[in-house]
Design a protein around this ligand. Sequence first.
Ligand SMILES: N[C@H](CCC[C@H](N)C(=O)O)C(=O)O
Length: 255
Amino acid sequence: MKFYKYQGTGNDFVMIDDRENRFDDQDLALVSRLCDRKFGIGADGLILIRNHPKYNFEMIYFNADGSQSMCGNGARCAVAFAEFLGIIGEKTHFLAIDGDHEALIKEGLVELKMGNVSGIDQVKTDCFVNTGSPHHIRFVDQIEEYPVVEEGRKIRYDQRYSPGGTNVNFIQPISSDEIFVRTYERGVEDETLSCGTGVTAAAIAFAQDQKAATVKIKTRGGNLSVRFRRNADGTLEDIWLIGPAQQVFAGQIDL
Ligand SMILES: N[C@H](CCC[C@H](N)C(=O)O)C(=O)O
């Protein structure tokens, strides 16, 4: 089977052109094996690109443990992959697990329109936002030294989020329009170098008092930006996640 490796600010994915529907999407053990960094190709997740009667393509995303969710960085990489395959031009309308998305490729970056967000829930001194996947948000100091895996795991498995769990993002403001974000990712069960739905949730939490905002985000894997508008009722729309998506290599693997 031919596969490609893509990374979006260090969040990396095995990408498969599965327009012939040959990949067994019920074989979660295979997904985990392909994502295994020692016994497989190695990635945070695996993405299938499939045909769809109403959209340019459908993206099926699996975390490394085989669970499915919406993946912002993965979706940006899927758009770049679809353009590489000649499925799309610079604009697209595709389907993911959380619904349909517009995206465009502009000045070497992929701009992805995220789903609307109903609002922000306060969780003691932290908060929670669902941006297509669930995200607990905590503001911290000395983020570089913060025990992200230890603290992230505690929150991810907290009873309050049982049984599905949540992703956990730690944020340190850098300036009035820039934050540094580190993420413990559900389904990877480790810190990832960046998380697209996570930085989107972080930007929304950071600019809670703004009607419209563009937030710059630094992550360990690179830089992203998020812009959005907030309605009077607290719902958020016109949310865009913008950043790079690169093809790292292509290969063959015997299944
Ligand atoms: N681990 C997440 C999905 C991938 C999120 C992340 N890779 C992104 O870019 O949004 C979850 O299970 O909710």
